[in-house]
Design a protein. Structure first.
Length: 202
C-alpha cells in the first residue's frame, strides 16, 4: 500500500502514538514523525505555505519514541486522511511505484486535513490543487539526481577522504552526512535561495 518512505513515516507515527499511551493512531503523531524526516518536512512546509524554519518552530517537542509492538487502530481522522492519500495515488501515481501511496501523496493528504492543519495553525491545502502540486513535485524528482547516484558519489568521497585524512574519522562522517542532507533538502526545496550548506573547518 505504501512506498518505503511513506511506510517509514507511518511506522514512526505509530511509535509516537504508542509512546504517548494513545489507544489509536491519530494525526498528531504524523506531525512528530514528519519532523524527523528531512524530505517530508520540506514538502509539508511547502504545501502549507511555511518557510522551513517556521515550520520546524511549530513542531511539538517529544522524547524519542518506543517502538510499537503491534498494530494500532486508526482514528477516524487518520482513516479519512489515508483515503485521500489513496485517491491521490490513483489520480497522480508515483512514476516509480504506481499504485502505491508515496511520501508526497501522504504529505498532501495531511496538508488537506483540517484537523492536521489545526495542529500547525495553518490553512489546509486546497484539494483541487493537489494534482498540480504532485505533478510539479514528480517533475522535480525526475530532474533531480537519483538517490542511488548520490549515495554512490558520497561513498566514493568518504573512502577518498578517509584514505587521506587521519585521526578525523568522525569529522569525515559528519561532513559526508551533512552533504547528503544538504543535497536532499536542495532537491526538495527548489525555491530555496540560501546556499545548500555551510561547513566550518577548525
Amino acid at each position: 500500500m505504501f512506498t518505503e518512505k511513506a511506510q517509514a513515516i507511518v511506522d514512526l507515527a505509530k511509535d509516537y502514538a504508542y509512546s504517548s499511551g494513545s489507544a489509536e493512531l491519530g494525526l498528531a503523531p504524523f506531525l512528530q514523525a514528519i519532523g524527523h524526516h528531512t524530505e517530508a518536512s520540506v514538502l509539508l512546509a511547502e504545501a502549507v505555505g511555511l518557510e522551513l524554519e517556521k515550520f520546524r518552530e511549530k513542531l511539538p517537542r517529544a522524547p524519542e519514541p518506543t517502538p510499537c509492538p503491534g498494530k494500532l487502530p486508526l482514528a477516524e481522522a487518520t482513516r479519512l486522511m489515508l483515503t485521500v492519500a489513496k485517491d491521490l495515488a490513483e489520480e497522480t501515481p508515483d512514476r516509480v511505484h504506481p499504485g502505491l501511496i508515496d511520501l508526497r501523496h501522504l504529505v498532501i493528504a495531511l496538508a488537506t486535513s483540517r484537523d492536521f492543519c489545526a495542529l500547525l495553525n495553518v490553512t489546509p491545502f486546497a484539494r483541487e490543487d493537489a494534482a498540480k502540486m504532485l505533478a510539479s513535485w514528480y517533475d522535480q524528482q525526475a530532474q533531480a539526481p537519483a538517490l542511488n547516484d548520490l549515495l554512490e558519489r558520497l561513498r566514493r568521497m568518504r573512502s577518498e577522504l578517509l584514505a587521506k585524512v587521519y585521526g578525523q574519522d568522525h569529522a569525515v562522517h559528519a561532513f559526508v552526512e551533512g552533504i547528503f542532507n544538504a543535497e536532499v533538502v536542495a532537491n526538495a526545496d527548489v525555491k530555496r535561495k540560501a546556499p545548500r550548506a555551510l561547513f566550518v573547518f577548525a
